[in-house]
Design a protein around this ligand. Sequence first.
Ligand code: PMP
Length: 389
Amino acid sequence: SSNGTSESKPENYTSKLSADQTVNLDFGDPTLYEEYWKKMENKCDTVIPGSSSVSYFSDTKNFCWFLEPELETQIRKLHSIVGNAAIEGYHIVVGVGSSQLLSSALYALCPKDTPEPISVVSAVPYYSPYPALVDHLQSRLYKWAGDANTFNGEKPYIEIVCSPNNPDGLIKQAVVNKIGGKEIHDLAYYWPQYTAITAPADHDLMLFTASKLTGHAGSRIGWALVRDEKVAKQMVKYSEITSIGVSKDAQIRIAQILDFLSHTCSPDHPIESVFDFGLRRMTERWDRLRDAIFEANLSGVLRLPEFPENLCRHFKVQNRARPAFAWIECRADEIEDLESFLRAERVLTRNGKSFGSTAKHARVSMVGDDATFHRFIHKLSAININKQN
Ligand code: PMP
């Protein structure tokens, strides 16, 4: 079951395949998007000549010498079309997923001569891998210090802000706001299929990833938009030391995918874009989930977050968020632990405790494949909370 350390858990995946009818909604593998890319047939195939990538370097004139120029071009183009992030005056650092960039950002933001590790905080409920990501190497530079809401240290700190937030899908701002504090804004889900794009984000350090944008989690490409050149250079140094850069093949492939997305997401393009597809599918799934809870008379028992309506600059309509995860709160007194309750019904979710919250909460992935999602809805409709007494 859930230990919250990783988004991908191969052992659960295996048991999902073998244990009949167990529905695994624990990890956020974005397989929803496979249907879209299959429909595109060979429109987005990448051909990589045998002679390419015979060098570590992509652009020796760029401070981020392992960043493929074409990927930088496509990242800037997509952000300016969608309007979700300021790009003027920002440096781009590419990473092995945004996970590597989280580590490199922590490294870059910490003074190297600090007498004691800098506290790293994030508001509960926070993305469950953050604590392990911060503490697994027991760094002398930084240490996990838990919930940003209760942080009252007077010393320098780093706050990780995830918006829209994994797990609850809500738009978040920094909560500590003290002098000497630094922020990392994890914007993995700030794309129009999940939430209204209300303004270009313009924080000092912002992280994005292809994983939840187009579903290409396996390409392991993320990028950071960094205002301060010194910080960006430190992040590059981290990547030099840990992986001597990032796969050029993967960057070329994602550049092509982003280019395709930029073209298809213009309003008059005949091909449905991944944003349109994502919006349509996510809206359907959220409607189904709300309907199933209502129809099973569970509305008073299983509560979902409420999302306000906002004007989306990309879709040019008012809409409510339809996040990549459903953060369910159980209001039934007799159920202390929602994740174990659902596990007994053969529905695997991630326990609220993994996010610094309580076992009354559980997180459900909304971005898996269709068959799994429909089996989940089917099981939910059949759940009878009273029979557990
Ligand atoms: N941040 C958040 C909030 C996420 O949900 C994820 C993926 N589940 C990541 C970072 C890491 O994504 P990746 O390393 O695939 O870019």
